[in-house]
Design a binder for this molecule. Structure first.
Ligand code: UDP
Length: 244
């Protein structure tokens, strides 16, 4: 299956809808190499613009989905209507695939009691889910976790360490695990554990989940300001300079 992409501020973004993305991912799961799904938001693009190593990680990912509403808005400014695919939503689809096909799944990230509770809740919802490994996200030695993952060899790995840590962790692991599909999903385990509530559906429908989370956790404000306005200005300048 061909990737349809659009380059936004130097980063290729895949324009699959969620059904196409799942079809594409099914090929990745069956692939002979490990692969990395990035769910991209404006904060990540801004960080990558200042950190070449992180930019390289995004550029080498096997799938880059537009997660942040700023990214889908940026695409819209360029005349592209792309479906916004959130990390948590996409991870839920992967879990369903894992459960239906008895695919070994691993979870790394969040606090110990959070990842444990998330794992229990997932098992309740998907009794056939085969969780072969789970570990909290507060470790000092990546290699120890890499070794343990090598032993259990999951086919799907969900990493919830926040960005850029989770992408850096996955990138290192890509050359260590032979054939694992990996995705960084931020605070999703906190949601599955019931510690954090997602925004009500109406906020999600209007693309305002980021605002809801910022109101609930005001310390997040410094993440989006001034990053988001700077990002939107760059998008407009890029669009305008293409036109001219
Ligand atoms: N986290 C972790 N290890 C760390 C730092 C963070 O496991 O060293 C976890 C944290 O407990 C939380 C997640 O990473 O579960 C980050 O959530 P955040 O809300 O920052 O991510 P977002 O959804 O905004 O990407």
């Amino acid at each position: 299956m061909e990737r349809k992409q659009f380059k936004l501020l130097g980063f290729d973004i895949d324009l699959f809808n969620s059904k196409e993305a799942i079809d594409y991912v099914n090929n990745l799961i069956d692939g002979v190499n490990s692969s990395h799904i990035v769910t991209l938001n404006p904060e990540m693009i801004e960080y990558a613009s200042k950190h070449a190593d992180f930019a390289k990680i995004i550029k080498e990912a096997e799938l880059v989905l537009p997660d942040g509403v700023g990214v889908t808005l940026g695409l819209k400014i360029n005349g592209i209507n792309a479906e916004r695919i959130t990390g948590i939503g996409f991870a839920q689809m992967l879990i369903e695939i894992a459960s239906k096909n008895c695919i070994p799944l691993a979870l790394v990230g969040a606090q110990q009691e959070v990842v444990q509770k998330a794992s229990e809740n997932l098992k309740k919802k998907f009794p056939d889910l085969n969780i072969v490994y789970s570990h909290d996200g507060y470790f000092s030695d990546n290699n120890m976790i890499f070794e343990e993952l090598k032993q259990v060899c999951p086919k799907i790995l969900l990493v919830a360490l926040g960005s850029p840590k989770q992408e850096e962790f996955i990138y290192e692991l890509k050359s260590i695990l032979p054939s694992t599909l990996m995705i960084g999903i931020g605070g999703s385990f906190d949601v599955w554990a019931g510690k954090v509530q997602r925004a009500p559906q109406i906020w999600q429908n209007f693309g305002l989940e980021w605002l809801y989370r910022t109101i609930k956790q005001p310390q997040r404000f410094k993440r989006i300001f001034p990053t988001l306005p700077v990002f939107m200005c760059k998008i407009i300048i890029e669009r305008f300079s293409k036109k001219g």
